[in-house]
Structure formats: structure tokens, C-alpha cells
Design a protein around this ligand. Structure first.
Ligand code: SF4
Length: 233
């Protein structure tokens, strides 16, 4: 059952080309050690996280209609909630475009949301090359499901991007290239530099991110695989 653990009332960057709000749903099936959202992921922190009622959230959306164009559904991992389609249907009914942020672990839900025309844009994380996925996700991951989500998005029925947070201790240059080859032919791929802040695994707070130049050099190599490939700060 969906619980809202946060709301960013305006964002210019979370939804490309769209003035949006971002709603943070509680709960995640991954434990990425570099994750910045432990308050939405770890049960002991979730307990302490204040909730925003759905009633207040929908009231906010109605009040901002005409000022905001989109809503970003973020987590945690939104697709773990069976009531996600109903939640999004209510947002769409008010008149918003919807972007979904997902780790790609629930292709069945992803397909349903696309088939039912409930989402306009999807950002899916690629955590590592397939054989290293478990380490980056912090749990055992069914790679078949990740592959299925990649395939669904590449069909192009909904606008989408893939994105990876690049963490020095988890991905070397050849790993980033392997991820790019894996999803090659996709529309957009963004490399996001890791930020050493309030990570799920406290050891990651001491990791120095790669330099912008390093990521730009990798981008140059993988650029031919995509329509768009950029480094995000
Ligand atoms: S970064 Fe990983 S642990 Fe954090 S919310 Fe995303 S999928 Fe879950």
C-alpha cells in the first residue's frame, strides 16, 4: 500500500522539459549501498519518516494545476506497490503528465502502466553490468526481470531514459562500457556522478567521486551507442 514519505513541490530537473513536482514513495526492494534515500528504504529509518497523506497530496496537485505540468513518481521503488496504477490514474485524472523513476525490477507493472497509458516518461536505473548487479543493488537481483524492463522500454511505446550512478568502488571504466553495450541502441543514457552524502552504507560517504573529465571521456566512447548520452552532475 502506497505511503508518501516526501514531496518536492517544484523541480525543473527531475522531469526533462517539464515543470513538475516529485513525490517520494516509501519502500524499496533493493539496498544499493550508495543510495541517498535511506529514509525511504531501511525499515528502521522508514519508521521515523514523517508521512504526507494522500488526501493532502491530491489537494496539492489540484491547487497547482496549470502551474505545474508533471508529477514524478520516485522512491524508494514505486513499482513494488500494487496500488500504483490507481494512484497514478488519480494523478492523470487531475491533468498531470507522469514520469516514473524505477529500478526496473517489476517489468509486469511497467508493462501494465505503459499499456494502460498511465505514464508519459520512464527513467530506469542501470546499476551495473549483469554479472555484477547484485553487488551494486545490495540484494540478489533477477536479471531476467531487469532485461525484460530494458526490452519493454526499448520498444519505444513510452518516452524513456536509462541512467547509471557511477561509483568508483563499484564500476570501473570497463564496467560503464559494458553497461552501455548492454543497453546499446537505447534512446537516452545518462551517467550520473556519485555524491558522497548520507549513503545506505556509511562507508560510501568516504568515497571520492570520479572527476567530471573521467566521466566525459567515457561518454565520448559510448556516445555512438545512443541517440543521446550525457553526463549529469
Ligand atoms: S538507489 Fe537503490 S536502494 Fe535507493 S531507492 Fe533506488 S533502488 Fe532503492
Amino acid at each position: 500500500m502506497i505511503q508518501i514519505g516526501g514531496l518536492q513541490k517544484t523541480t525543473l530537473i527531475d522531469y526533462p522539459g517539464c515543470l513538475a513536482c516529485t513525490v517520494f514513495l516509501i519502500g524499496c526492494n533493493f539496498r544499493c549501498p550508495f543510495c541517498y534515500s535511506s529514509e525511504l528504504v531501511l525499515p528502521e529509518k522508514i519508521k521515523l519518516q514523517p508521512r504526507i497523506s494522500k488526501k493532502d497530496f491530491f489537494k496539492f496537485l489540484k491547487g497547482k494545476k496549470g502551474l505545474l505540468e508533471g508529477a514524478v513518481i520516485c522512491g524508494g521503488e514505486p513499482t513494488i506497490h500494487n496500488d500504483l496504477p490507481d494512484f497514478i490514474r488519480k494523478i492523470k485524472k487531475i491533468g498531470y503528465l507522469v514520469k516514473l523513476d524505477t529500478n526496473g525490477s517489476n517489468p509486469e507493472m511497467l508493462k501494465k502502466l505503459i499499456d494502460d497509458k498511465l505514464i508519459n516518461y520512464v527513467a530506469m536505473d542501470i546499476k551495473a553490468p549483469p554479472e555484477k548487479y547484485n553487488k551494486s543493488a545490495g540484494v540478489k537481483v533477477a536479471i531476467k526481470k531487469i532485461q525484460k524492463s530494458i526490452d519493454i522500454l526499448k520498444e519505444g511505446k513510452v518516452d524513456y531514459e536509462f541512467r547509471s550512478t557511477i561509483v568508483p568502488t563499484l564500476q570501473k571504466k570497463e564496467d560503464v562500457i559494458a553497461m552501455a553495450k548492454w543497453i546499446s541502441g537505447a534512446k537516452r543514457y545518462y551517467l550520473q556522478n556519485f555524491r558522497a552524502e548520507k549513503t545506505i552504507d556509511p562507508k560510501f560517504e568516504k568515497i571520492k567521486p570520479y572527476s567530471e573529465e573521467f566521466l566525459m571521456a567515457i561518454k565520448k566512447e559510448i556516445l555512438p551507442f545512443f541517440e543521446v548520452c550525457e553526463v549529469r552532475g
